[in-house]
Write a protein that binds this ligand. Structure first.
Ligand code: EPZ
Length: 419
């Protein structure tokens, strides 16, 4: 397994381009199962999770090709099986997103139950409850969800919890259901909106995307489309935090400031000077050390849980004390143990971390555990004294396109070493 070696101390300067959003690309690839003619997805990020999803669809018999611009062309007309194997699902829980589309269009699916993961048990009960309410027959047998449905029917659904992929799965299922489906307490994330916009371009009838109530009028079939994925707001936030921690000045292009207003507000509170346009964000620290910030993660438009680990790393070296409360996942402080090995002063009480910044973190050999935790360790390595080694960086490759290339383009001393 590869590792990253980061020599701390460089102040990030310069410009990089943000990639397409992983968490929009995954549901949109699943949505291609719904279309009776080919779909082209543009601005696709080159990530391990995307490769896994393409392998999953390919194993079902779909034709997938990638052109020189990394656009992905999907033709589902050659589908021959409706099965998502454990060996793929366990590496990427978002594989559950094929369940809704397979049931809606083909009336059958055998999908492995995603296991838990480092950040929590992450059940999919709300996905299954919603599909059952729409008339699917679901059973769990040998770790697999066995599902059949004659034709799903439109229903009025109340989501017990705000769930991003739960909302996405049920919205996709509803596009071909008989009648109208209303999803209340729906997720409002920009990636949910991007999926809705893609489905609408395929002929779906969806209202309320971006609000907590979705209304989907089922149609008989969806046709192909060409759709461009929106920029990745979490990749954007991650590089902005890297610049803030190193006291640098960076400009991120091909992004959208409106997607991460809560994050920009916290960075401003930390002392960053931020300017932006429709498709770019510039952050300046001019060598200043950031101030610690306190925050509470919550569903969009609140502060994103996927940015929590990065801000924990910022607080670890900032001036003052910050209190971070993680209220979305039950175990998303795995990065704390590793940051403490670098000298961070962090006290965890339940789902709250109290972080008092130290003037200088020290390098240490580190172990990545989950995608965003591993990104926070790389950020800490950028400011630590000495060379920091981060192992198991396959976690990072799932969600960050060529992280060491982008950081090197900003002046970081970072290299990937095959283990
Ligand atoms: C999506 O995961 C994202 N993944 C996650 O990003 C993100 O952290 C999360 O939303 C929250 O924003 C993708 O979009 C592929 P949830 P998801 O269902 O949909 C509980 C990353 O780093 N829940 O919104 O799996 C669940 O346990 C990843 O890119 C149930 O109890 O998250 C959690 O506590 C990590 N039952 C809460 O809801 C269910 O049926 C929110 O989870 C579904 C969810």
């Amino acid at each position: 397994m590869d590792k990253l070696i980061i020599q701390g101390g460089a102040r990030l300067q310069g410009e990089i381009r943000i990639s397409g959003a992983k968490n929009a690309a995954l549901p949109i690839l699943a949505a291609t199962l719904l279309a009776t003619s080919p779909v082209t997805v543009c601005n696709m990020p080159h990530l391990h999770d995307i490769t896994t999803t393409m392998e999953l669809l390919g194993r079902m018999g779909l034709e997938l090709t990638v052109d020189e611009k990394m656009n992905v062309h999907v033709d589902s007309s050659t589908i021959r099986e409706f099965f998502a194997p454990y060996e793929l699902v366990r590496t990427m829980r978002a594989s559950i997103l094929v369940l809704g589309p397979l049931l809606a269009r083909f009336g059958r699916a055998d999908v492995s139950l995603p296991g838990g993961c480092a950040i929590g048990s992450r059940p999919v009960n709300l996905h299954l409850q919603g599909l059952a309410a729409m008339g699917a027959d679901l059973s769990v047998d040998g770790g697999y969800i066995r599902a059949t449905a004659k034709r799903l029917k439109g229903v009025d659904l109340w989501m017990d919890l705000v769930t991003v992929t739960g909302t996405e799965n049920l919205m996709m299922a509803a596009t071909l259901a008989d009648g109208v489906t209303v999803i209340r307490n729906a997720a409002r994330e920009p990636e949910v909106v991007d999926l809705a916009n893609c489905l609408i371009s395929m002929g779906a009838r969806i209202e309320g995307a971006g609000t907590d109530t979705l209304r989907i009028e089922g149609v008989d079939e969806l046709h192909g489309t060409t759709y461009e994925i929106l920029p990745d707001r979490i990749e954007t936030g991650t590089y902005l935090v890297a610049a803030a921690m190193t006291g640098g000045n960076v400009k991120l292009k091909n992004t959208r400031p409106a997607l991460l207003e809560a994050v920009l507000s916290k960075l401003t509170e930390a002392g960053a000077q931020i300017t932006s346009g429709d498709s770019w964000i510039e952050l300046k620290m001019d060598g200043r050390r950031p101030r610690a910030v306190s925050l509470h993660t919550s569903p969009y438009p609140g502060f994103p849980t996927d940015m929590q680990a990065q801000f924990t790393a910022l607080n670890a070296m900032a001036e003052g004390t910050g209190v971070i409360t993680e209220s979305v996942f039950e175990n998303r402080f795995m990065h704390v143990l590793e940051l403490q090995r670098m000298g961070a002063q962090i006290k965890v009480e339940g789902n709250t971390a109290i972080i008092t910044g130290v003037p200088q973190l020290k390098s240490a050999p580190l172990m990545a555990t989950d995608l965003r935790a591993s990104a926070s360790l790389v950020l800490a390595g950028l400011v630590a004294e000495g060379a920091t080694e981060v192992e198991r960086i396959y976690h990072i490759d799932r969600g960050y396109e060529t992280i060491e290339e982008k950081l090197s383009n900003l002046g970081a001393q970072i290299r990937r070493v095959p283990a």
